[in-house]
Design a protein around this ligand. Structure first.
Ligand SMILES: [Zn+2]
Length: 225
């Protein structure tokens, strides 16, 4: 049961993608729990290296910091839905789950001007009713290939773990916020991004948003990108 709820490849409560194709050099950098007051520091680094990323935002945080949510889209990044209030969905009703996802979807559309296509469950926990809620809101589930534990480890440990485990098609998960906490300290995350970007680019990896990694568009000659 624990695997059904938390396993990154579990489809018991709805299908989730957790990695991209292994035959390209593309990887996706993703951030959960934002936007936060620290998000602009990450946006600066991404802009410096011209790297797109995907931000799974909480609706409540978007309402608190709408300008930072807009700065994420203005920077060319993708926004995903990470729930409204970052609840643990275990034992919650289907109605609660759908209402929470819908509120986040509405908050992001109203403040950031985009409608997310991807949902990442808070704490990676899926539950009964999530599948239907995602279907009704047209949200596809995505987990991660490697999670950084940046909320509880030191920057060198996080960057080292990600750098040693990364592989083609990997989806990396970091956090530009800390659940719904205002003004969280995300220094570890920022430092980790500062170290990882040049290192992974040097190794030949190419960064893509979750949508372009998982749903490559067909090129005019009919072959997949
Ligand atoms: Zn989260």
């Amino acid at each position: 049961m624990a695997w059904a709820v938390r396993g990154r490849s579990s489809a018991v409560f709805g299908p989730s993608r957790w990695r991209g194709p292994r035959d390209t050099a593309a990887i996706a950098l993703t951030f959960d729990d934002g936007p936060s007051e620290g998000t602009p520091r990450i946006l600066e680094l991404l802009a410096q290296y011209r790297v797109p990323a995907t931000f799974f935002q909480c609706g409540r945080n978007v309402e608190r910091l709408p300008e930072i949510a807009r700065a994420v889209t203005a920077g060319g990044h993708e926004i995903g839905n990470h729930s409204h209030t970052h609840p643990l969905f275990c034992f919650k009703s289907s109605a609660f789950i759908e209402a929470d996802l819908a509120r986040a979807q509405d908050a992001i559309a109203a403040r950031a001007g985009v409608t997310p296509a991807w949902f990442r469950a808070p704490f990676g926990v899926r539950w009964f009713g999530l599948r239907q809620a995602q279907r009704r809101l047209r949200l596809r589930g995505v987990m991660w290939t490697i999670i950084g534990y940046d909320w509880k480890r030191k920057a060198d440990q996080v960057a080292g773990a990600l750098a040693s485990r990364v592989s083609p098609g990997a989806i990396l998960c970091l956090h530009d916020g800390r659940e719904l906490r205002p003004a969280p300290d995300i220094g570890v995350t920022v430092e980790c991004v500062r170290r990882l970007l040049p290192m992974l680019l040097e190794r030949g990896y190419r960064f893509e948003t979750v949508s372009s990694l998982l749903c490559p568009t067909k090129s005019p000659n009919g072959s997949s990108k």
